[in-house]
Design a protein around this ligand. Structure first.
Ligand code: GDP
Ligand code: ZN
Length: 387
């Protein structure tokens, strides 16, 4: 076994959190930078005394200090599913608002050029960076390596799309088990509650100097910064089931579709949800009836981001779900009101007692809300037909 030396900095230690941290319920998360004490080199153990201030934090899955999210989907096997792509985009735009998700479409070896172009034409005009890759042929891996260089990234996507295969091919020696999440139980398998960070060695796709370059290290930065930027980390995270994607505010969903927001400025009513409303510019544009709008000075026409039908279908589905969530939440709270009891035995001293919602009750209410949403099985992230 390789024993680390006192001056070595790159090795694995088995750490326990100091008792005080446990008592104070300070959780140490994947991605945290920590201060150690009681380093025992031969035993490879140490005690975590504190974590440093987190640059970023996301709570599902719990991860500290990630720089970006890469949404991985397959173009075939399983077939590309626009609704699931859009669910991931909306989810991460909301839960990781400090960065725009990057889209990585894998298994490009299984799709023809025109199919790939069609996918590119949906997402690139909306401002998403799209990488076409194949873990089998190696296509796109240099571009992916460039995008991961020097950063802490989170890979997210349904199981079976090739996340592990991509990481293994990018960084030989990682040996993540391929196909480890495949079974016949659909989304039920997404039960992992923690993520692991893998350190990538991107040398086969990006020579170290190019990696530093790609990570944006400038000549005036210290060697230390440049070296740190050579390290690239990826958290491979568990997939999501449909309930985790549910939003409870239809307007919040509307804000996450850039092309719909863009057109929405021209709807007659400011609170238009673009479903059935009169004077809706989004519906008009879908019908090809966009009214002529006055162009800004110096420009010939008003340019809009293209609204593709599949995106509008995703939008309607997600808004409908959010409306159901909203309605279910209202039903639950009106039930609580009808639970208000009149107490007091004689006529004079009657008072209303409003039951306080214990945490337990709140959790139960939330579960009821969830159970009210029908047809969950229709939205399995692998079984759904292409729209
Ligand atoms: P994960 O669940 O997202 O980590 O996916 P895996 O990496 O376990 O891959 C699932 C299956 O897809 C495996 O059988 C892989 O061999 C296969 N696969 C992964 N990437 C590609 C690819 O680019 N092209 C093709 N044809 N198959 C791939
Ligand atoms: Zn509208």
């Amino acid at each position: 076994m390789h024993l680390p030396q006192e001056d070595e900095v790159d090795f694995v230690l088995f750490c326990q959190a100091r008792g005080r941290l446990k008592k104070e319920k300070v959780a140490i998360l994947t991605g945290d930078r920590v201060e150690l004490s009681e380093l025992n080199y031969p035993e490879r153990t140490a005690v975590i005394v504190q974590h440093q201030e987190r640059k970023t934090f996301i709570d599902r899955p719990p991860l500290a200090n990630i720089d970006q999210v890469v949404i991985v989907q397959a173009v075939r096997q399983p077939d590309f599913n626009p609704l699931w792509m859009d669910r991931y985009l909306v989810h991460f735009q909301l839960s990781v608002p400090f960065t725009t998700p990057i889209i990585c479409l894998n298994k490009c070896d299984l799709e023809d050029e025109s199919g790939l172009l069609r996918l590119r034409s949906i997402y690139e005009p909306l401002g998403y960076f799209v990488i076409f890759a194949s873990a089998t042929t190696g296509v796109g891996l240099e571009e992916l390596a460039r995008c991961l260089a020097g950063k802490v990234s989170m890979f997210s996507g349904p199981s079976g799309v090739g996340k592990s295969s991509l990481l293994n091919r990018l960084s030989p020696g990682l040996d993540i088990k391929v196909g480890r999440m495949e079974n016949s139980f659909g989304v039920g398998r997404h039960t992992t509650t923690y993520s692991e960070l893998y350190r990538l060695n991107l040398d086969s796709y990006l020579p170290p100097a190019a990696a530093v370059d790609a990570a944006g290290a400038k000549g005036d930065q210290s060697l230390e910064v440049a070296q740190e930027r050579q390290f690239s980390w990826v958290a491979d995270t568990p997939g999501f089931n449909v309930m985790e994607f549910m939003q409870s505010d239809p307007r919040e969903v509307a804000r996450q579709f850039p092309e719909i927001c863009d057109l929405g400025q021209y709807c007659k009513f400011a609170d238009c949800l673009h479903l059935v409303e009169a004077g809706c510019a989004v519906l008009a544009s879908l019908e090809g009836e966009m009214p002529e709008l006055e162009a800004a000075e110096g420009e010939d026409t008003v340019e809009f981001m293209p609204l593709v039908e599949s995106r509008y279908v995703s939008y309607c589905t997600m808004v409908a779900e959010a409306q159901e969530m909203e309605a279910a939440a209202k039903t639950v709270s009106s039930k609580k009101e009808s639970n208000v009891k009149t107490v007091g035995s004689d006529n004079k001293a009657k008072a209303k007692v409003i039951p306080r919602l214990a945490g337990k009750y709140r959790a139960a209410a939330r579960n009821t809300e969830k159970q009210r949403i029908p047809r969950v099985e229709d939205f399995d992230d692998v079984g759904e037909a292409e729209t």
